[in-house]
Ligand binder design. Structure first.
Ligand SMILES: Cc1ncc(COP(=O)(O)O)c(C=O)c1O
Length: 387
């Protein structure tokens, strides 16, 4: 896999949580699909069966990864639209409350803030940022924190599967179960930006909205993602950004019809999007599967992140955020001193080493994927020790 990624040939790369490298066969699959569209179409009766088969096979494959039937999988362009399109269609009453984890991404948080402003909802915060220890203790603490912050009016909980800043895995199945015991049965929205392609995601079936992208850990092209939706979201959430793909009959919008929209996940799809990307994402997922099962790949990622965490732990001026080896490939850490993290990123970048900084908590983050080598880790640790 590493040899197939041109992005990994001329740099030492640790930004998989930002964007994964696109392997050459995936790039070739995109180009071949784009050529096929031109040969058959681009807008002819001959091209439609090809487009339909690309869309259907991609929907089926992504649904299979999430452990849901295809009618519950909407194709989107990124994580944020997968979160926000169904979120805005959920049924809320004035005074309902949203419970949002304190490690959520600014895009999703701001969508909740604006939704709350328009619909007179209140926002509560679920504290998870401080959880830095052992996974089973973390799981217990999340459930306890939920119990303390849920209110009788909570209608929605927003929590990432894998926190993008600390790297902690959230116990989504336990949280989903806890919500079934609540009198309001709040909806559960899960941001899966950091989990899809990295860790097994069948827990998706337990969430109402499980939104992911192909361009991070799945090493697909940017511009294609998906969202797995529960049956009750399909039944109760209204479509939001509406276009011809949301319609049961895309050829006309009947002004008198009371039943315009698909009853399945397609009610959250909008209009024309880039079909050739689909071949690229399917190819990347196949390449990952060729490297081992999801569990085997996660083990490999964790072995590598654990090596990195241990080496950073051994540096006097460096403090990893987590107190134990990470449960994922995200390794966040702080460097003593007054130099802003962004300056460290620049300095390492000048040496061909790519990590990123994060604002809250202020830290640096390096990610290990199955394509990471021990040599990559040694090079990074040597450069950090010299900072
Ligand atoms: C946790 C999380 N959510 C959302 C996003 C935004 O992703 P996208 O641009 O695919 O919407 C990111 C990107 O880094 C992320 O890490």
């Amino acid at each position: 896999m590493r040899d197939l990624c041109s992005a990994l040939q001329n740099k030492t790369y640790f930004n998989y949580g930002g964007q994964g490298p696109l392997p050459s066969p995936s790039l070739e699959a995109i180009a071949a699909s784009w050529s096929r569209v031109q040969e058959l179409g681009p807008f002819t009766a001959d091209v439609w069966p090809y487009i339909a088969s690309e869309v259907n096979s991609t929907r089926c494959l992504l649904a299979q990864y999430c452990g849901v039937p295809p009618h519950r999988l909407a194709l989107t362009e990124n994580v944020t639209s997968g979160c926000v399109l169904p979120l805005w269609g959920l049924p809320f009453d004035e005074g309902d409350r949203l419970l949002i984890g304190d490690c959520e991404h600014p895009g999703v948080v701001s969508a909740c803030v604006e939704l709350a402003r328009r619909q007179n909802l209140a926002i509560d915060v679920l504290p998870v940022k401080h959880l830095r220890g052992d996974q089973s203790q973390c799981d217990v603490s999340v459930v306890e924190a939920m119990a303390q912050t849920l209110t009788p009016r909570t209608r929605l909980v927003v929590l990432s599967h894998l926190l993008w800043n600390t790297g902690q895995v959230m116990p989504i199945a336990a949280v989903a179960y806890q919500l079934t015991q609540h009198p309001q049965q709040p909806f559960l929205l899960v941001d899966a930006a950091q989990s899809f392609g990295q860790i097994p995601v069948e827990e998706a079936a337990a969430a109402d909205i499980y939104a992911f992208t192909g361009h991070k850990w799945a090493c697909g092209p940017e511009g294609l993602g998906g969202v797995a939706l529960s049956e009750r979201v399909l039944a109760k959430a209204a479509p939001t950004v509406i276009g011809w793909r949301s319609l049961r009959d895309e050829s006309k919008a009947d002004l008198t019809s009371k039943d315009l929209f698909h009853h399945d996940s397609r009610r959250f799809e909008v209009a024309t999007s880039c079909v050739p990307l689909m071949a690229g994402l399917r190819c990347s997922l196949q390449l990952l599967d060729n490297e081992g099962s999801a569990q085997q790949r996660w083990d490999r990622i964790r072995n590598l992140s654990s090596d990195l965490w241990q080496a950073l732990q051994g540096l006097e001026h460096v403090k990893p955020l987590l107190e134990v080896p990470p449960a994922s490939g995200l390794v966040s850490f702080q460097v003593d001193g007054d130099v802003p993290p962004a300056e460290h990123v620049k300095k390492l970048g000048a040496q061909g080493l790519w990590i990123r900084d994060l604002a809250d908590p202020s830290c640096l983050r390096a990610c290990t994927h199955i394509t990471t080598t021990e040599e990559d880790i040694n090079t990074l640790v040597a450069a950090i020790s010299a900072l």
